[in-house]
Design a protein around this ligand. Structure first.
Ligand code: BG6
Length: 492
């Protein structure tokens, strides 16, 4: 598989071409991120942005859409009227029905010659093949082009392979940016620095010194207006197959030889290939899926999943997953990795908890028994790293109490943090592939996730109900308890 950096031609003007330009992702994430990149002069000087949509809009209508649907998502403090107007001046709107090969002539006319074209496919993945074929048919793809593919890429392994093969007919691997916005988060990138920049963790970062690892991405939001997409997808495909597995890879990978895209991705691939495929017995023992029922989040009553708009009656889509993964290699043999994600949970929090093994023997009689230090890396909503330790309680006796060594990254660095999409879009423009998934990585992630999806389907069981505003079904606590572990919020 060829994976060199894309040819370095930094000075080419840029045509950023967004398919799904009138969609939700563009409005909420991509257009605000591009505005920030523009504001901070991170787009090439001669950039144009071509928004592609099916609707028969004029340019003015598209700009009104941006004002109404996108501007509210720009950080208020960063909204500078002159910069926003300048930003709007970069835009064109081109109506293209992506299935109609003839419509691409309009795009070919609108896009300039001698520029770098970045095609951002913010559409359903089942359109990726058609779009790439038609772009190529209209001679819009050349050696300078790049294509960004949104997640989830495919529905299962076969569909992911099919899309990858189809896209590879027109773009080399070095031109393909498979985006997982978790890889653009400052704290996720910082995890590499924590692991590979601090010698103290090196010797301890393995079995038997680490007892368990837990990765939680909990959201308070429900399915919102995305039921059409979400009900077909579910939490395993939406979050675990990509975001959570990527976090797992960064925690578990061997030190790469450098930060080059392939060096990093080779190591992540090895982790994905070491993940043990689950048998039907593993699936019923080691996975829990849930679906939220009516409850309250942040003091406000909220509907259950089945009552949300456009959710089919009796839907079995899971809005919560907890599972125990096993990594079969020397470093991690027998260390359980617990992954958990859900919508309508008690709190928005993304965190990684590394639980170290207990002391082999304690000479201090008074204090918590069987205590293992915990390194808690919080990614959201606040960025922080805490090392939970035992210290002596002041006084005449020898009594130990848990305390935290606390690294508050927000306070330590006051610089502006670019949002994940902004950072990744700049990477695309500059040809930096390190924080994007390679084809083999993505397919290895599907190869692990697919048996779980099949197992659930075969079992015919409904997901367990959990009340909105809680931490998911009780069975997820039992999953941990079997390994003598507890979820982070239960240990506080
Ligand atoms: C997206 C999922 O990839 O990630 C959404 O499709 C989810 O369902 C979102 O809400 C979570 O991202 P973040 O950055 O808010 O944690």
């Amino acid at each position: 598989m060829t994976n060199q950096h894309a040819p370095a031609t930094p000075d080419l003007p840029l045509d950023m071409i967004i398919f799904g330009g009138g969609g939700d992702l563009a409005a909420r994430k991509l257009l605000p991120a591009l505005y920030m990149a523009h504001l901070h002069c991170n787009l090439p000087p001669d950039t144009r942005i071509l928004a592609i949509g099916r609707r028969d809009w004029s340019r003015e209508q598209y700009l009104s859409f941006m004002e109404e649907q996108s501007k509210p998502f720009v950080d208020k403090k960063a909204l500078d009227p002159a910069a926003w107007d300048k930003y709007l001046s970069l835009f064109e709107y081109v109506r293209v029905d992506v299935d109609q090969a003839d419509d691409y002539a309009r795009l070919a006319e609108a896009s300039r010659k001698g520029v770098r074209r970045v095609f951002y496919l913010a559409t359903s993945p089942n359109l990726f093949t058609t779009i790439c074929d038609n772009l190529s048919g209209a001679s819009l793809v050349d050696e300078h082009s790049r294509v960004v593919l949104e997640k989830p890429l495919g529905h299962d392994l076969a569909s992911a392979q099919e899309i990858n093969t189809a896209v590879a007919k027109h773009f080399s691997e070095a031109q393909i940016y498979r985006i997982d916005h978790y890889l653009g988060k400052e704290t996720v990138q910082n995890l590499m620095v924590l692991r590979f920049g601090n010698a103290i963790f090196g010797p301890l970062w393995q079995a038997p010194y680490i007892k368990s690892v837990q990765i939680t991405v909990a959201e308070t939001v429900g399915v919102g207006s995305r039921a059409g997409f979400y009900d077909e997808t579910g939490a395993l495909r939406d979050m675990v197959q990509n975001h959570l597995l990527q976090l797992l890879c960064i925690v578990a990978m061997e030190p790469p030889v450098s930060l080059d895209p392939d060096a990093v991705r080779d190591e992540k691939l090895k982790v994905l290939r070491s993940l043990r495929r689950m048998t039907p017995e593993d699936i019923s023992r080691d996975t829990v899926r849930g679906q939220y029922t009516a409850g309250a989040v942040g003091g406000e009553p909220v509907k259950g999943y089945l009552q949300e708009d456009n959710v089919p009656e009796g839907s079995r889509a899971e809005t919560f997953v907890a599972l125990r993964a096993r990594i079969d290699n020397w470093r991690w043999a027998n260390v359980p990795f617990f992954l958990r994600t859900g919508k309508r949970m008690a709190k928005k929090v993304s965190e990684i908890v590394i639980e170290f093994s207990e002391m082999p023997f304690s000479i201090i009689p008074s204090g918590p028994r069987n205590y293992g230090n915990r390194l808690v890396i919080q990614l959201q909503p606040e960025e922080s790293i805490q090392l939970q330790m035992l210290a002596k309680e002041p006084g005449s006796g020898m009594h130990m109490l848990p305390v935290n060594l606390n690294l508050d990254l927000q306070q330590a660095f006051t610089e502006r943090r670019a949002e994940a999409y902004e950072r990744l879009l700049i990477d695309v423009v500059r040809g930096r592939l390190t924080h994007f998934m390679r084809r083999d990585e993505l397919e290895a992630a599907w190869a692990w996730a697919e048996p779980i999806l099949e197992g659930w389907q075969k079992s015919g069981e409904r997901p367990r109900g959990y009340t909105a505003g809680t931490y998911g079904p009780a069975a997820s606590t039992a999953l941990m308890a079997r390994e003598n572990a507890v979820w982070s919020e239960e240990s506080q």
